[in-house]
Design a protein around this ligand. Structure first.
Ligand code: SF4
Ligand code: SF4
Length: 178
């Protein structure tokens, strides 16, 4: 009987000790600075997306809107899973008589892309780059097949995020509503 009493109070003590250990962790985490993004509530206010985040591939263009792609197909060859498909034709310059490749279509299937960036690294003409534009969800997969030469990319649905968006500070909840 005596042994049972000791064992009962021992177990109560052990339970209290366990509870205290759990509460210690809880209280520590409660006061630890947070870096939670309250997405999508903050998508137009305090959202931060690192500039280096790979959201989707885009063509680089100059101020007149011209692209630099020469249809060399190095990116297409570097892509491990056939995400890029390039169509081109040879055209002859009537003045010089020289032949040159001309881009007809630059197809990029965002739904297949692994965001490995091998295509960007393979390009010798600085013609493509990744943007951090991450809001690309659609209901129809066929809408993820993009033709980069035919679009003039201006920053997607959140153009302000392209440069990283809001400053990111550890210890703040980005709860400001849109
Ligand atoms: S994006 Fe670059 S690597 Fe790809 S076809 Fe154009 S110039 Fe060549
Ligand atoms: S990021 Fe990788 S998977 Fe996507 S298009 Fe470029 S090479 Fe292909």
């Amino acid at each position: 009987m005596e042994d049972k009493k000791q064992s009962y109070f021992g177990e109560v003590g052990s339970a209290l000790k366990t509870l205290a250990t759990g509460m210690k962790v809880t209280m520590k985490e409660y006061f630890t600075p947070k870096s939670t993004e309250q997405y999508p509530e903050n998508r137009k206010t305090t959202l931060h997306v690192a500039k280096r985040h790979r959201g989707r591939l885009v063509f680089k263009r100059d101020e007149e809107g011209n692209y630099k792609c020469t249809s060399c197909t190095m990116c297409e060859k570097a892509c491990p899973n056939g995400t890029i498909k390039i169509a081109s034709e040879m055209v002859t310059n009537l003045e010089t008589g020289r032949k040159k490749k001309q881009l007809l279509d630059y197809q990029y299937d965002l739904g297949d892309c692994m965001f490995c960036e091998l295509c960007v690294n393979a390009c010798n003409f600085d013609a493509i780059e990744f943007t951090n534009d991450f809001e690309n969800a659609v209901f129809d997969r066929s809408k993820l097949v993009l033709h980069l030469d035919k679009e003039v990319y201006k920053g997607g649905s959140l153009p302000e995020v392209i440069d990283g968006g809001a400053d990111w500070k550890v210890g703040t909840f980005n709860t400001k509503k849109k």
